[in-house]
Design a binder for this molecule. Structure first.
Ligand code: NAD
Ligand code: UD1
Length: 335
């Protein structure tokens, strides 16, 4: 299949690229490199051992999208391009709505014009807001609590409405839990710009002595060890979920297909620290701080639908995630 990856140079897109090439798809990346580096493309070439086709461009550029879909005879789009920092979205909501929501509308208009009918969207467990029950299934009420989350929720609504107006359209909405880890080669991984917000990349920089200590945001949650619990999923398992979702869209008649992509298992912040000590032999200095605004105590997925319908099964452990993230960090001496 000829597949366009918007945001394909980013963290999850680049790992998905490798898995799609492995399954012999033709893949073209479109990215404006606002949150990624072109060096990723060279790394991808080392992994897949062939030239990477890419376009430097923006999903807000309608004529570029139209030209790209036609030139490469695109049959399916996986839409990763988006801004994703929660704090930034609070300070710059309009930039988030323009890039994420207007950008997606633009992309859908181009798809419609080019008669491209398969679409996979990167959504997030953030659309569920504060969990009302656990594990979180796809029917859980939706209640995003920050502008970033609301862009994801609005896009999901737009996709549902769009699918009702276009009966050929087959859409998969993938709600990721906490993507972590890196490619087994150590050549690509998560490399956030500035000080990381998320636990695993922050921890890697502490281990690398770029940051003095890890701040544990809260140790008196109603959890066994008092620290927050999340569902960390290896980025390669996540990437394989996209491949399965795409293949599924070839066979389904259902217009909208929503899947949680998580392991179904929660790990606490302290367990992640212990896993790092165990897997990499490095101890992480930490201090307990107050709870972070907007954080919930516990969040993990019910992933039965993805397992059953997509025939997808996450295989990597927390140790695998930590080890691979550390390999990437060391190999690339990220600063
Ligand atoms: P990322 O920032 O590493 O990748 C996104 C890529 O999109 C970047 O390469 C960036 O340059 C590009 N991009 C952004 N706006 C663009 C635009 N207007 N035009 C073209 N390219 C653009 O992020 P990621 O972690 O790989 O996330 C991919 C998607 O998954 C995002 O939509 C994100 O919201 C979603 N998601 C991520 C997580 C996570 O924890 N990483 C969790 C849930 C959902
Ligand atoms: C965060 C975002 C969420 C987004 C997701 C993926 C918030 C409130 N939520 O989720 O919207 O979809 O990232 O990008 O920002 N922790 C520490 N110290 C740190 C960092 C994190 O103790 O330095 C703790 C957190 O309190 C949490 C866990 O580690 O319990 C995981 O945090 P993080 O990696 O930021 O992910 P989420 O909070 O789940």
């Amino acid at each position: 299949m000829n597949i366009l990856l918007t945001g394909g140079a980013g963290y999850i897109g680049s790992h998905t690229y490798c898995e799609l090439i492995d399954k012999n798809h033709n893949v073209i990346i479109l990215d404006n490199f606002s949150n990624s580096e072109k060096t990723v493309l060279k790394q991808l070439e080392l992994i897949v051992k062939k030239p990477v086709e890419y376009i430097e461009g923006d999903i807000l550029d309608f004529s570029l999208l139209k030209k790209t879909l036609s030139k490469y005879k695109v049959e399916a789009v996986i839409h990763f391009a988006g801004l994703k920092a929660v704090g930034e979205s609070v300070n710059e909501p309009l930039r988030y709505y323009e890039n994420n929501v207007a950008g997606t509308i633009n992309l859908l208009k181009a798809l419609d014009a080019a008669k491209v009918y398969k679409f996979v969207f990167s959504s997030s467990a953030t659309v569920y807001g504060t969990p009302e029950y656990l594990p979180i299934d796809e029917e859980h009420p939706l209640n995003a609590i920050n502008p970033y989350g609301r862009t994801k929720l609005q896009i999901e609504t737009i996709l549902k409405d769009f699918s009702c107006s276009n009966f050929d359209m087959k859409i998969a909405i993938l709600r990721y839990f906490n993507p972590s880890g890196a490619h087994h080669s150590g050549l690509i991984g998560e490399n956030p710009k500035g000080v990381p917000n998320n636990l695993v990349p922050y921890m890697m920089q502490v281990a690398n002595h770029q940051l003095p200590f890890l701040k544990i945001y809260g140790d008196n949650y109603q959890t066994p060890d008092g620290s927050g619990i999340r569902d960390y999923i290896h980025v390669t398992d996540l990437a394989l979920g996209h491949v399965k979702a795409l293949h599924f869209l070839n066979s389904t008649q259902t217009p909208i297909n929503i899947f949680n992509l998580g392991t179904g298992k929660g790990s606490s912040v302290l367990e992640v620290i212990q896993a790092f000590n165990k897997a990499c032999g490095v101890s992480i200095p930490f201090k307990v701080e107050g709870k972070r605004d907007g954080d919930v105590a516990v969040c993990y997925a019910k992933n039965e639908r993805a397992k059953k319908v997509l025939n997808w099964q996450p295989v990597f452990s927390l140790e695998d995630m930590i080890k691979s993230a550390w390999k990437f960090q060391q190999k690339n001496k990220i600063s």
